[in-house]
Design a protein around this ligand. Sequence first.
Ligand code: EPZ
Length: 418
Amino acid sequence: MEKYVINGGNKLYGSVKIQSAKNSVLPILAAAVLTDGQVKILNVPHISDVSNMVKILIRLGCKAEYIGEDILIDSSSANCFEIPSGLAHELRSSIFLLGSLISRFKMAKIAFPGGCDIGLRPVDLHLNGLKRLGVEITEKNGYILCKCEKLVGTEIMLDCPSVGATENIMLAAVKAEGTTIIKNAAREPEIEDLQKFLNAIGAKVKGAGSGTIVIDGVNTLGSAEFLPINDRIEAGTFLIAAAMCGGEVELECTSAENISSLLHKLRENGCNIHIKNDKIILESSKTLTSVKSIETQPYPGFPTDLQAQFTALLCICKGQSIVTENLFETRFKYVPELRKMGADITVINRSAFVRGVDKFKGATVVAHDLRGGAALVLAGLAAEGRSEVLDISHINRGYGSFEYKLRAIGGDITRVAV
Ligand code: EPZ
């Protein structure tokens, strides 16, 4: 076990290089199983979700390894279509492999996935989409068993724009017979990035980002070297840190477009934000004011993955706010921890009612999930006095070199073995 020890109160100044997006790298790693070609993914963060996905690929018989900041994958030796519960429970994204394994082996056996404890995390939309492509699916002893003679393209309408279900169906469809049309598809930038990667290895995918994705099945796929988009959630996390602590922070290689809903809210809070090519500069010098309400929505709405971090900011803004979490059932587990730091916040059903206080007070708190854990780190950096954030393995899942990047801009934070 490890913890962060944080001495709060420093303003943040400097520049941060944003990593490749975790939620782009993970489906691309799953997509690499589709091809016998060589795949090289560039600028990949060293985070446990990615290393767990690499472990799964190796378990399937692929060659996969980190070389510096890149990952090399060769799936030509893949010889297994089963993901054991131990690995599947480590990682929600293991479910993405269903589409790839069925496409490659016409068989797949995966334990129901784990992931962050932020909600029920059903996979019905994934399974219904695969059934529409001709896959026979049974569920036994906590496993999802899939098989099919062949995959045949068809039209699939998603009940809700699920990111994972959209990605899984894309992966299953790229080598299916005929054309697949996904309607009410998720529109996240990471979906567009997956389309870009799939086309780079020879697939025929179009429409990602529009809500309707069209995939014309192909017979063979090849090799590619690919730089994923930057991580808009890491970028948003650092912008919120700068807003909470005060100072001036510049983010390199970041697309403002991908986090425009957050930038709009931070300007409402009173932050000065300048955008120069692929740089975002945020300057925050005075007490910020609240925003009346925040509702998390599928992209391009306010991202659920920034809900916890932004709520921490609202706790030290002047005024009151209501934060409503529309995507996941239990994504407020960080709230009791913020209350230990002096936050005035009450959760009723899917909404958190926040009354701004002057400052957080340092305290010892526990991370329960990835983004809630990041929110506690930001609160500690902005707090008066010393804080400890325990069980930071959740944070290691999605933020590479987190404390190094925060220290480089003035944050007093140290990782300590417990
Ligand atoms: C992806 O999760 C991301 N993970 C999540 O990021 C992100 O919060 C989420 O999309 C929403 O943007 C990865 O990309 C690896 P969904 P996913 O399917 O695919 C319901 C992080 O912090 N649903 O879009 O699991 C579901 O209950 C992680 O980086 C069904 O009902 O999210 C939820 O209410 C956390 N049936 C909504 O859709 C299904 O079969 C959105 O879920 C699937 C989903």
